[in-house]
Write a protein that binds this ligand. Structure first.
Ligand SMILES: [Fe+2]
Length: 315
């Protein structure tokens, strides 16, 4: 009898220590979002929106339809998600203009709309500084987990496009984050932590595709990877944007791309030198489970079926 009690207690306390983060990107509230029903059943502790959290951009860059799209989002977001803790970065379609960067005319106004739509605290730095980057330290299973959300839009230099392909910059003065955000990031990652979850709307590790990616600014990507290599923590990058999900790895740096929640695309083939396994273009979301000795990652389709999983042992 006593033995049974101990076993039950042990499994209960294990479940209690189990932290579950949902991730996803590219969600259009003008269409059904079956993934929300699946994610409700996942019983998440929190959800990380990785950008293109609405589709409200128009070619003029004006913000009227962004405002309407956010109103639509807040009306149609299911109650369980309204009540779940949310971490949020933006990408181009919620920033206000397709593939836009530092020269986007309405970026300051767009940030105000973002702050209000996501109910960012009045004393949060995002209310007073340029850019929606943020960090948050959580204690999970007695480990310090540092969540960092990057703004890859507000300060990003213009892209070079030849035909339908973005080309890498050779000019070392071009930037993804801009000098102020870089200084801030260096300070954040030097805070004591065991696990770093670094959110970037665009992919960091992938190099082989023709779309937006850190590799279009190779010197900036190198700086970021050098910064991460110098840490002795466990490092997981999370990203969106691609309407394609996959796991990537470069040495001790992992990347989990989750996209899109309800704008899946034709399943054309894509691979990458740093890809682990396959990529998936159907509607999907990501699950990251924080266990005592590992992270368990799952790419799931909108009906909760596991498409691929990955275990990252913790140092
Ligand atoms: Fe998107």
């Amino acid at each position: 009898m006593r033995l049974i009690f101990i076993t039950l207690f042990a499994s209960f306390s294990y479940a209690e220590n189990f932290y579950k983060l949902g991730i996803g990107s590219c969600v259009d509230y003008d269409y059904p979002i079956p993934a929300w029903d699946s994610l409700e059943q996942e019983s998440l502790n929190s959800f990380f929106f990785l950008g293109d959290n609405i589709y409200g951009d128009v070619p003029s860059g004006k913000l009227d339809s962004i405002k309407i799209s956010y109103e639509n989002m807040n009306e149609r977001m299911p109650e369980w998600l309204q009540e779940t803790e949310k971490l949020v970065i933006w990408d181009d379609h919620d920033y206000g203009l397709n593939d836009a960067g530092e020269n986007y005319l309405y970026k300051a106004e767009s940030q105000k709309i973002y702050n209000n739509a996501w109910k960012i605290n009045q004393n949060d730095p995002r209310r007073t500084r340029e850019g929606i980057y943020f960090s948050e330290l959580k204690i999970i299973n007695e480990k310090k987990v540092l969540f960092v959300g990057l703004d890859t839009r507000y300060f990003r230099s213009n892209l070079i496009k030849i035909g339908d392909t973005y080309k890498p910059h050779k000019n070392l003065n071009t930037t993804v984050l801009g000098p102020i955000q870089w200084d801030w990031l260096k300070k954040q990652v030097n805070k004591e932590h065991d696990i770093l979850v670094l959110a970037s709307s665009i992919q960091v590790l992938a190099t082989d595709h023709r779309f937006e990616k850190w590799a279009n600014f190779p010197h900036e990507r190198d700086t970021l990877l050098d910064l991460l290599y110098n840490l002795d923590s466990n490092i997981l990058i999370i990203s969106g944007d691609r309407h394609r999900a996959g796991f990537y790895r470069k040495d001790n740096i992992y990347e989990f791309t989750s996209s899109s929640l309800n704008k899946g695309i034709f399943p054309y083939y894509e691979t990458d030198a740093l890809l682990i396994g396959d990529t998936y273009t159907q509607n999907n979301y990501g699950i990251i489970e924080f266990h005592g000795d590992s992270l368990q990652l799952f790419i799931k389709d909108e009906n909760m079926n596991v498409l691929e999983s990955l275990e990252i042992p913790l140092k």
